[in-house]
Design a protein around this ligand. Structure first.
Ligand SMILES: [Zn+2]
Length: 584
């Protein structure tokens, strides 16, 4: 982190978390704190909690939490330095850049400039004689309009090995920069050549309008049919979606998720400016969260083939987790949205969109497809598999409607299905109750961090370690009483590291707050810590509490050292025995 710590301190002091969050989330006051509906997952009852005294936020629904810088990183999808710059601008401050960071920023700017110039170059090729094949493909075969091609900045990479390389280096870009941007590739002999050759080019533009990468499609039958930029310092496939920069402004009230560039382009051309595509990868959890920031409803419009169906099923799971309403579009008479619109027109697609099934219908239909419902035994199997899906539905009306539909398919009465669903639900709630009881009996499990990598090895000690952090955060003067405590004494590496970082800040006269650590902690770590810090802790008898915590931590650390020592002794003994055996 190369932005001076003093500056971060000043920034945090000037950016009140309640003010900043209020720009995004309506908050209402309850008791000493503020509550609102979480912007990171979709919900109707507020579980997003802002604590102005601690300058922190925490969502009790999805677990996200941290300080004001994290909040901006999350909600604006920015890196730490960019979030600092964002807040600085808001507060009317200028970020004093130190060399290291300035270099990083300049590099990023260079790569973005390079991508922008490359996109311009590809677009210019399309308008030149060398772009004839691309013109035929985009305008002829795909029937894209001039305005669509211009709006999305489509282009063409010409045939040949070094057209882009030569043009960009002539403009002053370094070969190493082209390599870093993923625009060229090194062959085995170390010679560089253009990654994209003889392809139509789709620039990938991020939410801020920067070109961050490219997708390229072949014009002949060569493979791979689609080629994307690799992940680079400015591009991450798993966190960006094609056309989201446009779809986020759509007024259609939902987002249509497609499998490819062409589907998305053809939807936009037909007036559905809410279409996006994942970039040659399956949908990720990050994608789903990104979408949840811009819409409450996603319509999945994947291909109708086997691969499309299983990709859709996977996507349903990820999207549902964020609380969004998920629907699945089913095209009849066309393999993908592009073909559908070309064959039947935008009105027919709009109708299809309104009729799109919610994911329950879709899943039941998938189950139905597996069985021959003229066969008695298979009808039973069909019901067995459908009942758990029905039982998941929270609304009784939905259970009745879809239950009746399943009953009809299986040729049984609606009452029979309703009874089975009821039984399944009571079995389920009994199971949940048992699970809850088991959890209550072993509260240790609840105290474990959600993230597996952060799990505590020693819960007893970790509990005290959490307490120490809470205390010094409330009153940094308590560091004075913790003079003998060292980060190495902590059983949890994360808590030890945070203790060390905070103490260093205190020693240097800087603020002791979670906020100040935004640049040094991963978001999962930050989420976990914000949870620890929202737990109650009293400063009454703070000194005594500190002494008690330290006692526990020291005792447990000593035990670990003794165990470690005995392991070492054992190892030495073993070595000596081995030596003897070999007569050494
Ligand atoms: Zn949340």
């Amino acid at each position: 982190m190369a932005i001076p710590a003093q500056f971060i301190d000043e920034l945090i002091a000037r950016c009140d978390i309640a003010d900043v969050v209020a720009d995004y989330v309506p908050l209402s006051r309850k008791g000493g704190s503020l509550w609102g509906c979480c912007p990171f997952h979709s919900e109707r009852t507020p579980s997003f909690h802002v604590v102005p005294e601690r300058q922190m936020y925490k969502c009790f629904g999805c677990g996200k939490g941290g300080g004001v810088i994290n909040f901006i990183m999350e909600i604006e999808n920015l890196s730490y330095p960019d979030a600092v710059r964002f807040l600085a601008k808001r507060a009317g401050l200028t970020v004093p850049e130190e060399q290291g960071d300035g270099r990083f920023r300049r590099k990023r700017e260079r790569l973005l400039a390079l991508n922008r110039e490359a996109a311009r170059y590809f677009h210019s090729v399309l308008r030149s004689p060398a772009g004839q094949a691309g013109v035929e493909y985009l305008f002829g075969k795909r029937r894209l309009s001039k305005s669509t091609v211009t709006r999305f900045g489509l282009g063409m990479s010409p045939e040949g090995w070094d057209n882009l390389l030569t043009t960009m280096t002539a403009m002053g870009f370094e070969k190493s920069e082209l390599l870093e941007a993923g625009l060229v590739v090194n062959n085995k002999e170390g010679r560089m050549y253009d990654r994209f050759r003889n392809r139509v080019m789709f620039p990938i533009i991020d939410l801020r309008g920067d070109v961050i990468g490219f997708g390229g499609r072949v014009l002949d039958d060569s493979t791979p049919k689609y080629l994307n930029s690799p992940d680079t310092p400015v591009f991450n496939k798993g966190r960006n979606l094609f056309a989201l920069n446009i779809a986020k402004k759509s007024r259609l009230g939902r987002i249509i998720l497609t499998e490819g560039y062409m589907d998305t382009l053809s939807l936009h051309q037909a007036g559905f400016d809410c279409a996006v595509a994942s970039l040659g990868t399956a949908l990720t959890g990050d994608h789903a969260q990104l979408l949840a920031r811009y819409t409450k409803e996603v319509v999945i419009a994947y291909d109708g083939d086997g691969a499309g169906v299983s990709a859709a099923q996977r996507a349903i799971g990820l999207l549902e987790k964020t609380g969004m309403k998920v629907r699945v579009l089913r095209m009849k008479g066309a393999k993908d949205p592009d073909e559908f619109i070309k064959t039947y027109g935008p009105e027919a697609f709009a109708k299809l969109l309104d009729q799109s099934e919610n994911h329950i219908e879709y899943r039941i239909d998938q189950v139905k497809g597996k069985y021959d419902l003229t066969d008695d035994a298979q009808r039973v199997e069909f019901l067995k598999e459908s009942v758990p899906i029905l039982a998941q539905l929270p609304s009784p009306a939905e259970r009745e409607i879809y239950g009746a539909r399943c009953a009809e398919m299986a040729g049984v009465s609606a009452e029979v299905v309703a009874q089975e669903v009821k039984r399944e639900r009571s079995r389920r709630s009994w199971k949940e109750k048992k699970q809850q009881e088991r959890r209550d009996l072993t509260p240790a499990v609840q105290r474990q961090p959600k993230e597996r990598a952060l799990r505590y090895d020693n819960l007893h000690s970790a509990g005290a370690e959490e307490g120490v952090l809470r205390l010094v955060m409330l009153d940094p003067e308590l560091f004075g009483g913790a003079a003998l405590l060292e980060p190495e004494d902590f059983s949890s590496p994360l808590l030890g590291r945070v203790f060390g970082l905070l103490r260093a800040r205190w020693t240097n006269g800087l603020t002791v707050s979670l906020n100040a650590l935004s640049g040094e902690l991963e978001s999962a770590e930050m989420n976990h810590l914000s949870g620890i810090l929202t737990k109650p802790e009293s400063l009454q008898n703070g000194d005594q509490a500190m002494r008690d915590y330290i006692e526990i931590i020291k005792t447990e650390a000593e035990k670990r050292r003794l165990e470690g020592a005995s392991d070492e002794l054992l190892a030495i003994q073993k070595k000596m025995l081995e030596k003897k055996a070999y007569g050494g």
